[in-house]
Ligand binder design. Structure first.
Ligand SMILES: Nc1nc2c(ncn2[C@@H]2O[C@H](COP(=O)(O)OP(=O)(O)OP(=O)(O)O)[C@@H](O)[C@H]2O)c(=O)[nH]1
Ligand SMILES: [Mg+2]
Length: 450
């Protein structure tokens, strides 16, 4: 922890608003020297948590700007340290001069995520809450914003703490029983114990379901359209996005580069990828396009396999598709065949569509939302990340293993140990049990000034 202590002694400064020009720009300073820096720049320490109009003065006594200063004495600030915010005019040069002035007065430029890391280290936020700040800022849908905000306010962390509390109670119960070795303990006749175990099993399942959904808010889903040339892949990209982004022609082999469009389907963020048509005989440029299409397929969460419904001998792409990824077969151009549009089979999922007229496209949207596992959870939804899901899975595995050894071998000690490990894995989510390396990795994804 020496690293962390050294690191937290510095006073840090950064521009908190985006780069470029704007009506207002904010410079934030946090740390033990903030009070003396405030005195130098403002001539006084402003009244705590009040917006005070002040001149901002450099060390030579020249006024840089006039604006609003807000002073947050420790520990009542975002970072838990003394913080000064200078709201000036949002020009790059003004902002840069304010930062340089703070540096001359003893602050150092903050690195990415440093303010949030301090908030975490000072117990203002747990790790899941701190991560949700990035998710909130980057969110691409209104539902995602609300879910990230719920995580920030602790809805997700409370669910984790609640489960952790139940694991502790179980562990104490099992440990208390094994403290009396002279008595023959029949754990499986202990209805209190069995009820608690059952309750945890349900909670693990429910949390996993909510976290999978939560991960959709942060990651979205990647959907790759593949198929033979000229089947209408690019037309579908245009139909789903409502934009004329991809070139569509009647010639096979039109698309070569990978094309990406971001969509928002009822709050589900989708990265839609259009690729070159897959075929054996292709020139060098198209062959490169096909190679890229094959690579794009490896990252797909869902594959849309485009077929031309007017064509009898559709080539079989099964070999090229990745294992275990849901595939939706789309029979396109049904405006020419006269077939009804919409879903025609569920196993495999097959839909009749027309990228040209838009028939069946709404059905496709519904299928995508269902396959992604996305449901509008309203008030209950929160954001989560793969890291959180991995920790929950690890925790659930220890729990299940503990229960199994209890059932098979009546081994209370082993159950207690597995419960301890299960609890410890949960702690990784909120950061009670996290290495310095992981913290570094997490906070480096933040922007500077956050
Ligand atoms: N009638 C009809 N024509 C369509 C439909 N979808 C696409 N087309 C036509 O089919 C031709 C090929 O469409 P694209 O969208 O370029 O097909 P693609 O699969 O992207 O083709 P490549 O990029 O060459 O692999 C164009 O002439 C489109 O207008 C449809 O639903 N109905
Ligand atoms: Mg195309």
């Amino acid at each position: 922890m020496t690293d962390t202590l050294d690191y937290i002694e510095d006073t840090i400064v950064a521009i908190a608003t985006p780069a470029g020009t704007g009506g207002v720009g904010v410079v934030r300073i946090s740390g033990s020297k903030t009070e003396q820096i405030a005195r130098a720049i403002l001539g006084c320490v402003p009244k705590a948590r009040y917006a005070t109009l002040k001149k901002f003065i450099d060390p030579e006594g020249n006024a840089i700007d006039s604006g609003i200063a807000i002073w947050f004495p420790a520990p009542d600030s975002f970072t838990g340290e003394a913080v000064l915010e200078l709201h000036g005019h949002g020009g790059p040069e003004v902002m840069s001069l304010l930062v340089t002035t703070a540096v001359e007065l003893g602050a150092r430029r903050a690195i990415a995520g440093e303010f949030s890391k301090r908030a975490f280290l000072n117990g203002k936020l747990d790790l899941a809450q701190a991560e949700s700040i990035v998710d909130l800022i980057n969110s691409g849908s209104a539902q995602g914003v609300r879910a990230a905000h719920r995580t920030l306010t602790g809805v997700f962390s409370t669910a984790i703490h609640d489960l952790a509390k139940r694991l502790t109670e179980l562990r104490l119960h099992v440990e208390a029983a094994i403290d009396f070795p002279e008595e023959e303990i029949d754990f499986l006749a202990d209805s209190y114990l069995l009820e608690k175990i059952e309750d945890c099993v349900i909670r693990f399942k429910e949390l996993k379901r909510k976290m999978r959904l939560g991960r959709l808010f942060t990651n979205g889903v990647e959907i790759v359209i593949v198929g033979s040339p000229n089947t209408g892949k690019s037309s579908l990209l245009n139909a789903l996005s409502g934009e004329d982004s991809a070139i569509v022609t009647e010639f096979a082999g039109t698309t070569r580069d990978i094309l990406r469009e971001q969509l928002n389907i009822d709050g589900l963020i989708v990265e839609l990828v259009d690729t070159a048509g897959l075929r054996e005989s292709a020139g060098p440029i198209e062959a490169e396009g096909i190679r890229r299409a094959t690579i794009a397929l490896q990252d797909a969460d869902i594959v849309l396999w485009m077929q031309d419904a007017t064509c009898q001998d559709e080539q079989d792409l099964n070999e090229s598709l990745p294992d275990g990824i849901p595939v939706v077969v789309l029979r396109n151009k049904v405006d020419l065949t006269g077939d009804n549009s919409g879903q025609v089979s569920t196993e495999p999922v097959v839909l009749n569509i027309s990228a040209k007229t838009g028939a069946g496209i709404d059905d496709l949207r519904n299928v995508i939302v269902t396959l992604a596992g996305y449901t509008d959870q309203g008030e209950g939804a929160f954001t989560a990340r793969q890291r959180h899901l991995d920790a929950l899975t690890e925790s659930a595995e220890h729990f299940t293993h503990g229960y199994e050894v209890l059932k098979k071998e009546k081994a209370g000690e082993l159950m207690a140990e597995e419960l301890r490990l299960s609890h410890q894995a949960l702690g990784k989510i909120t950061g009670e049990c996290t290495s310095e390396d992981l913290l570094g990795e997490i906070f480096s994804q933040f922007c500077i000034g956050k």
